[in-house]
Structures are given as structure tokens and as C-alpha cells.
Design a protein around this ligand. Structure first.
Ligand SMILES: Nc1ncnc2c1ncn2[C@@H]1O[C@H](COP(=O)(O)OP(=O)(O)OP(=O)(O)O)[C@@H](O)[C@H]1O
Length: 243
């Protein structure tokens, strides 16, 4: 049975320009679906709308029109407290420093969603994951004292221990060195193989080629959906869009 996790239909997003009543549409009529166990990548030139799409489809920023369904729920129809609990319990976000609390130690940031959900904290597992992804700072250091790359690792471990059914990642390895990048990609790949649905924005064509489906965006339009992509196919699709 196909287990659909994400379904977005005819999503558009407009933003207002300056103080005027004028608006600018930055996402145009985007529809796509993703299933349990699928690892999707969203690629496209800078400014093509990747982060805007990820925010709209993950329940963080309501589209101007269109439907968003995550695990059968429209997150924008939930009351704020329910929406927060839905995000906390079902969805993992790996956005650099997204929702990290600077004035709390790294370890406390990682376990905060578990504590809020009254779930067990496996300290040993967290220590092991931090080691596995080469987290070199002290987990008792405040997040505000960590580098961007270390903050990104905190956000990643927080998601890895949360058992989310869907993970949205915006350039999850952008601030990291090559070795850490590979380790983290492999961890995400492993989660997808276990049934988690992963949607990742990336500029890294090689990494996108190792996902199950690459989606190319150009000027806010969904251009291509490439199943089992190769780096050449993605590269070609991105260059076709330029010409
Ligand atoms: N709130 C906003 N107001 C005005 N323009 C915006 C707003 N948010 C995004 N944009 C514009 O919409 C376009 C898409 O932005 P977005 O950040 O989604 O692109 P991106 O593909 O993620 O870019 P990058 O790869 O550089 O992160 C850009 O031209 C951006 O300037």
C-alpha cells in the first residue's frame, strides 16, 4: 500500500512589495506528492523559490492559495496549539538554527521536544549520534556559543532522536565539511529506508542525485520531477531552464 505523507495541490505564494498593496507571486501553481520512505530533493538556482516552497509545504508559512496535506492533516487548519503539537510530534525540521534556543545548552535543545512530549530521553543514543556526526563542541555549551555548522548538527541530532515521520531539511549540510556532509546524508538515507519521508532543499547536485526523486524549480515554477535521478539529468534539467 502506498502511504502518502505529503500532498500539495496548486500551491501559490505571493508576498507584498514594500508598503504598497502590490503583491508579487513567487510560487506558481505547484502540485506534488511524497510517500513514506521517499527521499525527495528540491533543486534550482538561487532565488527560484526552494525555501519558500519548503516553508509552505511544511506547515510553517501558509500558501496564498492551494492545499497542503501532511499525514492526512491540513496544518493550516489547526488551531495554533494543535499546530505546534502536530509539528513537534510528527515533523522534523533541519533548518540552520531553526527553533534552537540560543540561551540553552546544545543537549537541552536536542531533548526539548522529547521532554515537551513527555517522551523518554536516551542520553547514550544522543551522545553516540553527536559523536557519529563529529560534533566537536561540548553538548553543555550554549547554542549561542556554537558555530553555524555545530548549530546545524544540533538541529540534525534533535531530529534524529525524535522519530519524526516526515523531515523537512533546508540545505541540511550547507555549513558542514565534506566528511560530516556524507555522514549526515547517510543518516538521512537510512531514515528514509526505514520509512521516513524526507524533503530536502539542496544546491548539491551529487547529493540530490542520491535521493529518490529530484524536483527542479525555476522562477517559482516546478519544472521537472526526475525519478531515480542521475547528476547528469539534474544538471541538464537545471541548464535547460536557463536557456
Ligand atoms: N517575504 C518576501 N518578500 C519579498 N520577496 C521574497 C520574500 N520571500 C522570498 N522572496 C523572494 O522570492 C524568491 C524566492 O526566494 P527563496 O528564498 O524561496 O529562494 P531559494 O531558491 O530558496 O534561494 P536560495 O537558494 O538563495 O536560498 C526570491 O527572489 C526572494 O527574494
Amino acid at each position: 500500500m502506498i502511504n502518502q505523507v505529503i500532498n500539495i495541490q496548486n500551491v501559490t505564494k505571493s508576498v507584498s512589495i514594500g508598503n504598497s498593496k502590490q503583491t508579487l507571486e513567487i510560487l506558481h501553481d505547484i502540485s506534488l506528492t511524497a510517500n513514506a520512505g521517499e527521499f525527495l530533493s528540491i533543486v534550482g538556482p538561487s532565488g527560484s523559490g526552494k525555501s519558500t516552497l519548503l516553508n509552505a509545504m511544511s506547515g510553517l508559512s501558509k500558501p496564498t492559495s492551494g492545499q497542503v496535506t501532511i499525514l492526512g492533516t491540513n496544518p493550516y487548519q489547526l488551531r495554533p496549539a494543535k499546530a505546534a503539537a502536530f509539528r513537534r510530534d510528527q515533523i522534523g525540521f533541519i533548518f540552520q538554527s531553526y527553533n534552537l534556543i540560543p540561551a540553552l545548552p546544545a543537549f537541552d535543545n536536542i531533548v526539548l521536544p522529547l521532554r515537551l512530549a513527555h517522551r523518554k530521553v536516551d542520553k547514550e543514543k544522543i551522545t553516540q549520534l553527536l559523536k557519529q556526526i563529529n560534533f566537536e563542541a561540548n553538548p553543555s555549551n550554549f547554542v549561542s556559543d556554537l558555530s553555524g555548522g555545530e548549530q546545524q548538527k544540533v538541529a540534525i541530532v534533535r531530529v534524529l532522536v525524535a522519530n519524526s515521520r516526515v523531515i523537512f531539511a533546508d540545505e541540511p549540510t550547507g555549513a558542514l565539511d565534506t566528511v560530516s556532509r556524507k555522514i549526515i546524508f547517510d543518516l538521512l538515507r537510512h531514515l528514509a529506508n526505514q520509512g521516513v519521508c524526507i524533503i530536502m532543499v539542496t544546491h548539491d547536485i551529487e547529493m540530490a542525485a542520491a535521493t529518490d526523486k529530484a524536483i527542479t524549480l525555476s522562477d517559482g515554477h516546478l519544472e521537472k520531477v526526475i525519478d531515480d535521478p542521475t547528476a547528469e539529468e539534474i544538471f541538464q534539467a537545471l541548464n535547460e531552464e536557463k536557456s
